[in-house]
Design a protein around this ligand. Structure first.
Ligand code: PLP
Length: 419
């Protein structure tokens, strides 16, 4: 049982809520919003909203084109956002950071550009059973287009990647392993340093889906030693419409463009074109200019807190929520029970109640959670479930959210007469 006054948590959730205008908006119940769906998309702090507005109001022109002051200012700010993101994720060079729309586009870029150049019939691609659809379907499409094979690393009953299964599959010589850092459906934090070492020893490249880790914990792509990493701005307090691919420079240099058109060229004739250098080779057309300003502000905001503190806070909330839900009858969980290996995402089932009904009743109590397959249908199949209810945490959550979550689940159980 949790009571909101028992422990303050690591960060002051209420103070953070004051930074996010959405929490000024009353829920239809008249109660404040308890937002437990940051894994789907985070709320936006005022500094990010203001940075986007300021970019449009005072710094807006197309980038990489103009030779007038305003365009140079816009270009400078756009490239400064790239520098900020490179620093934030430990990229050795900002030239290795490609702006795209989201993590999904970044994975499609690698699958298309690296994959169609380097993979041939019979080659093996490894993914895992816990991937988001964004890290499954592009590889399936690549396999279909090239004749490559695709295999999936198994998940254990308690929600870990099965490293014995990984070892066995790596022995078959895959060209690439596509693996998530944090599972959005299970909350599992995968041991990427160990996984990457194993993959590299077997001669496979590693693409890391960092969509659920970069917003919630320190991530250093160089220290993790992966070859590609992808993320989405909208999950890390930034705007939607901007995300990034980070890739090793030698790999990016050798890859053909994904999309073609303006900006990504150095010279065009009626007979053909020469490609720009990375990262611009992969940024065809006008990019997300104001969104980049918002992303830079989001990074600044996260760096101001410190990612170790973000992680500690969400871990504290996870521990409290797991303990509180474990005390209740009729609740089952997915994913590891140890918070060393579990991010601030709890996927659970309320016995006898469909997850969509749970989420609907919780919404009636002002508690916003996600219910469904979380774009990870193979995870649902693995555990023979139609869906789960998922609560996920951010800096603006605190123990009060967990009290409200557990109270609302009790209302659900009373409504359905299941406990
Ligand atoms: N990978 C993971 C682990 C995710 O959780 C998500 C989104 O939920 C994605 C990839 C795809 O992100 P986006 O929809 O922003 O491309």
């Amino acid at each position: 049982m949790v009571t909101a006054h028992v422990q303050p948590g690591v960060l002051d959730g209420a103070a953070f809520r004051a930074d996010f205008p959405v929490f000024d908006r009353p829920h239809r119940t008249g109660r404040p919003l308890s937002f437990l769906d940051s894994a789907a998309s985070s709320q936006k702090p005022r500094v990010v909203i203001d940075a986007v507005a300021d970019a449009y109001a005072h710094h807006y022109a197309n980038v990489h084109r103009g030779i007038y002051e305003l365009s140079e200012d816009a270009t400078h700010r756009f490239e400064a956002a790239r520098d900020a993101l490179a620093r934030f994720i430990g990229a050795p060079s900002a030239r290795e950071v490609v702006f795209v729309r989201n993590a999904t586009e970044a994975i499609n870029l690698v699958a298309y550009s690296w994959g169609r150049t380097n993979l041939h019939a019979g080659d093996l691609i490894l993914a895992t059973e816990m991937e988001h659809h964004a890290n499954l379907v592009p590889w399936q499409q690549l396999a279909a287009a090239t004749g490559a094979r695709i295999e999936y690393v198994a998940i254990t009953d308690d929600g870990h990647l099965d490293l014995d299964d990984l070892r066995a599959r790596l022995a078959r010589g895959p060209r690439l392993l596509a693996v998530t850092h944090v599972s959005n459906a299970l909350g599992t934090i995968n041991p990427i340093v160990e996984i990457t070492r194993m993959a590299h020893e077997a001669g496979a490249l590693v693409l890391l889906d960092a969509a659920q880790s970069v917003p919630h914990m320190p991530v250093d792509v160089a220290a993790l030693d992966v070859d590609f990493a992808v993320l989405s701005g909208h999950k890390m307090f930034g705007p939607s419409g901007i995300g990034a691919l980070w890739g090793r420079r030698d790999l990016l240099d050798a890859m053909p463009p994904f999309m073609t058109g303006g900006s990504m060229i150095t010279r065009v004739t009626l007979d053909g074109a020469d490609w720009n250098e990375v990262p611009w080779k992969f940024e065809a057309g006008t990019p997300a200019i104001a969104e980049a300003a918002g992303l830079a502000a989001a990074i600044d905001y996260l760096e101001g807190i410190g990612m170790a503190k973000v992680r500690a806070h969400e871990r504290f909330l996870f521990d409290q929520a797991w303990a509180a839900l474990s005390d209740m009858p009729g609740i089952r969980f997915l994913g590891p029970d140890d918070s060393d290996e579990h991010a601030g995402v709890i996927s659970f089932m309320v016995d006898g109640v469909h997850p969509h009904d749970v989420a609907t009743i919780l919404d009636g109590e002002g508690v916003a959670v996600r219910a469904g397959h979380h774009c990870a249908q193979p995870v649902m199949l693995r555990y023979d479930l139609p869906a789960t209810t998922r609560a996920s945490f951010s800096v603006y959550n605190d123990l009060d959210d967990i009290v409200r979550l557990t109270d609302a689940i009790r209302v659900t159980q009373r409504t359905f007469g299941t406990a």
